[in-house]
Design a protein around this ligand. Structure first.
Ligand code: NDP
Length: 614
């Protein structure tokens, strides 16, 4: 960490070939076109109702408990990073009765559910793992593996006393604002019926696993599961990386080649008798370059305020405009940003306009993607397989992946890439998986098919909060999402959304959005409590002004319709007029974090009313 080769060094080792921009653009269009389909999100199948057993919690037994009928100051829906960091900041501010309500059997959210072999963070641990400084934890690796991240969640829970009041294995059924009493009423599937003065919502963007709607999916007679509910009883091994020893006589199919599959495949390729990787669109696989963190080095940098400095440094390098400071993190995210910035700096003065900058961005992107494609060629011994593993789209069209064993896994004798030429798996039978008329008989199918995105929020969370006058959030947002700062919604007093959209929208390090929101919430709640306010609510005018400001920007730079389909661009379908509201602060993440720091520390909380006599 902080030493050794950099991304640029690695890239330089791959022989550069001249870039033919027109040919690349043409190839991108052709690859996108062959993947386009008319059914968009409808191509996927809801698991609930069809394969309920795929959604069960394989990790923790459900403990019986008495229903809650009390009152708490703050109830938070979701026990992942959002709930943990908000709970932590509230506790620090002296709000002691914080209750987190969580579907899983412990804290962790995505890291509770995703325990598949090889799971690790894609953004450097030093900035990805929240509250490292507060909890005194040094990450063991530049990119920590899932068990360590789950432990950090548990550590936060313990450090801040969040376990005492938490409700696990509990699903919200109703969340409604009681105008007469100025409280939120919360009912759950465990018979709870309690109230809270404030609520926070942090259900995460990717919380509902989905299956591909492949004909015959119910016919398969072998074993099957989704990666977010890994069945170690069947595969052997454990989340710490022990070999999946029960697969040595098994033929395994994995469907999907997204960020999850990229981490799983090396483990399956080493363990299974035969592994068939069914690919519809290849992921871009850049260098990972993971390594242990040296305690001496860590001690030298971990001076007070270090994590906030690192967070800001990464965001300035990755998402900032203009000159960036020294790059502390040095990873694939900052590498791409650096290349784009350098190209822009090299532009003659008369081309430093939006068109010139977009062209510079495209050039940097082509260069990066060529390197990534050449890496596949350099690593994978079978030339045909290498060719099929090449990604033909711009890097941010899909989630960029970073791995040093995924491409290598295709050199294992057991591993077979079954490329579907963009069409996907044709059919599933009792015995296996069919592509282009060929049936691959397998004992087990692992669905690495991702999570619902772009489906209605209430479908993913299972509840639809009701605000003033009983208005549902889905009704209020029928024409598009409306908030101030991505957090406050008019008609929904004392409620806080903890997420990135309509705020910093920093995708490359999602937890930064959350830890920053937690600070805002704790300052608002502290102010309300100190001044005896019963209700805190954004005015309609302030919300409208914020939304208008958002709409004045350039829109999203990722997931454009020109990209190959995926969840970043609504599976290649016109997302409708509502999509223009899924944006961030027009001046970017760095500017948002600066702006919001001023807003919340000024003491004025402009646009938000604090009412004592509601
Ligand atoms: P994705 O949605 O990214 O991938 C799903 C995969 O299933 C795609 O390869 C998709 O192909 C494929 N697929 C869907 N339908 C079919 C079909 N009919 N036939 C064949 N293949 C099919 O899900 P992931 O779980 O991989 O990742 C989801 C997100 O979770 C990531 O984008 C990332 O944000 C996050 N993540 C983060 C990690 C980290 O930070 N360490 C690790 C893992 C995930 P196609 O591409 O053609 O649609």
């Amino acid at each position: 960490m902080g030493q050794g080769t950099t991304m640029a060094d690695d890239a330089a080792q791959i022989q550069r070939k001249p870039i033919d921009k027109d040919a690349i653009r043409e190839r991108y269009r052709a690859e996108r076109d062959k993947r386009l389909r008319t059914d968009g999100n409808d191509q996927y199948t809801r698991i609930a109702g069809l394969f309920d057993e795929y959604l069960e919690d394989p990790y923790t037994p459900v403990t019986p408990r008495a229903p809650k009928t009390d009152h708490v100051t703050f109830a938070f829906v979701g026990g992942g990073f959002a709930g943990l960091v908000t709970g932590a900041r509230l506790k620090e501010a002296g709000i002691n009765d914080v209750r987190i309500i969580e579907k899983g059997g412990d804290f962790g959210g995505t890291w509770y559910w995703n325990r598949y072999p090889g799971a690790q963070c894609d953004t450097a641990s030093m900035i990805y793992m929240p509250l490292l400084e507060e909890t005194g934890h040094m990450p063991s690796e530049k990119y920590a593996h899932a068990p360590e991240i789950l432990q950090q969640c548990q550590r936060i829970g313990q450090h801040y006393g969040l376990y005492e009041n938490a409700l696990f294995h509990t699903v919200i059924e109703e969340l409604s604002w009681d105008e007469a009493r100025s409280v939120w009423v919360i009912r759950t599937n465990r018979g709870d019926n309690f109230t809270a003065k404030y609520i926070g919502l942090g259900t995460g963007p990717l919380n509902t696993p989905k299956l591909p709607g492949i004909p015959g999916i119910k016919d398969f007679k072998g074993h099957a599961f989704h990666t977010s509910r890994w069945d170690y009883d069947y595969t052997g091994g454990d989340p710490n990386g022990a070999p999946l020893d029960k697969l040595k006589d098994k033929r395994v199919a994995i469907i999907g080649t997204g960020a999850t599959a990229v981490q799983v495949v090396p483990h399956l390729a080493r363990a299974a008798r035969a592994l068939y990787v069914f690919q519809r669109t290849p992921s871009s696989i850049d260098v990972r370059d993971n390594r242990p963190i040296d305690p001496e080095w860590f001690a030298s940098i971990a001076t007070p305020g270090w994590q906030q400095r690192w967070l800001e440094n990464f965001t300035q390098n990755q998402a900032g405009i203009g000159m960036a400071p020294e790059d502390l993190v040095q990873d694939g995210w900052t590498d791409l940003a650096k290349r784009i910035r350098n190209r822009i700096l090299q532009l003659p003065a008369d081309q430093r306009n939006p068109m010139g900058m977009l062209a510079a961005y495209e050039d940097a992107d082509h260069e990066k993607m060529e390197e990534i494609r050449q890496r596949a060629e350099a690593v994978v011994r079978d030339a045909e397989t290498a060719e099929k593993l090449k990604a033909w789209y711009r890097q941010l069209c899909k989630r960029p992946c970073f791995h040093d064993q995924y491409l290598q896994a295709f050199n294992e004798p057991a591993a077979h890439l079954i490329d579907t030429d963009g069409q996907g798996v044709e059919r599933i039978t009792e015995k296996g998986v069919v592509v282009k008329g060929v049936e691959y008989e397998v004992d087990c199918i692992v669905y690495a098919s991702g999570f619902e995105v772009g489906t209605p929020l209430e479908r993913r969370t299972g509840f639809d909060p009701r605000g003033r006058g009983g208005i549902k959030l889905s009704q209020y947002w029928a024409d598009g999402m409306r908030t101030k700062h991505g957090m406050h919604v008019h008609n929904f007093p004392n409620a806080f959304l903890v997420q990135a959209t309509q705020a910093a929208n920093l995708i490359s390090n999602y937890p930064h959005n959350l830890v920053d929101s937690a600070r805002t919430i704790s300052l608002i709640v502290s102010h309300a409590e100190a001044t005896g306010a019963k209700e805190v609510e954004v005015s309609k005018q302030a919300e409208d002004d914020w939304v208008n400001l958002l709409l004045s920007g350039m829109g999203l730079m990722i997931g454009s319709p020109d990209c190959t389909p995926g969840y970043y661009n609504n599976e290649g379908r016109d997302p409708g007029p509502q999509a223009r509201y899924f944006v961030g602060y027009p001046a970017g993440a760095v500017a948002f974090f600066n702006y919001i720091e001023g807003w919340r520390t000024s003491g004025a909380f402009e646009g938000v009313a604090f009412r004592k006599d509601a």
